[in-house]
Write a protein that binds this ligand. Sequence first.
Ligand SMILES: [Zn+2]
Length: 329
Amino acid sequence: MHPRQRPRFVLAGLLCAAASIAAQTPTVPQAQTIAPHIHLVSGVFAPGRQPDGNSVLLRGSGGWIVVDTGRHAEHSAQILDFVQAQGGAVAAVVNSHWHLDHVGGNARMRAAHPDLRVYASAAIEQALGGWLANYRKQLEAMLANPDIGEQDKAGFRGDMALIDLGPGLQPDVTISSTRNWTLAGRRVRIGLETDAVTAGDVWLLDKKSGVLAAGDLVTLPVPFFDTACPARWSAALARLEELPFTKLIPGHGPVLDREQFAQYRVAFDGLLACAASDRPAAECADGWLANAGQWVPASDHQRVRGMLDYYFEQHLRAPEAQRGRFCPR
Ligand SMILES: [Zn+2]
């Protein structure tokens, strides 16, 4: 599907900006209540370590819906511990997309709650045979590199083990269009965007609360362009704004209200417009930090600039043949 995907720099991109900072094992935050029966287990993106996506836990009369399952065992354990403390079983896992920081805990959820069903787009199947397979090869090569530290290598082995789960990451039910569902007794609308952040991005809107789990259609501290078609991503954000949500939970970053999401769109579209101009990349990063500044603490500016430099070089300002490699042909 994406024969020219080049994942070679992805890992470096996510880690390089923090290269001078020692890897940290972060403290896992407590689940945060967003609305009655709706909780957020925040994903952590610590320097020197691959991220976990946010997980949204919604309780219905028939158990729990878990939107995204994280990457690291600590994150999955926090979801499972929270559900166990509250009571009830996980009835449904909804994956917003196939990146490992969102599907990595699927097998752990299944092991603890064997009756659950996983809902996701079909895009992971192609990713397992393409992008993820290539990424695994790079990780394997890096394990042989004596200049890479043991803590990083432990992370690589973790990602390789996840990829090796293969079918264990895949959905039981394929989301192939936008429509209403009743999951775990809750009425939800599940939407599909194609070729935006990935080939198949799923969002979930809870009807009663108006909470929208947006997955990586919204990410902070920067948009993650690793497998994205930027123009279609922007169009998908415009469609999200039309949904009747009250609170939006991004794939990474804090909960946004409607006004904040409108500001996020200004920042996102401003970044794309700047990338398309001949202004220096550092100026575009200034623009991003000005527009998205409320969500990016000063202590993170240097890391954010490093990530944006990487995305400009590898994606937004890559040679033309490469730039649209995740857009439909
Ligand atoms: Zn993510």
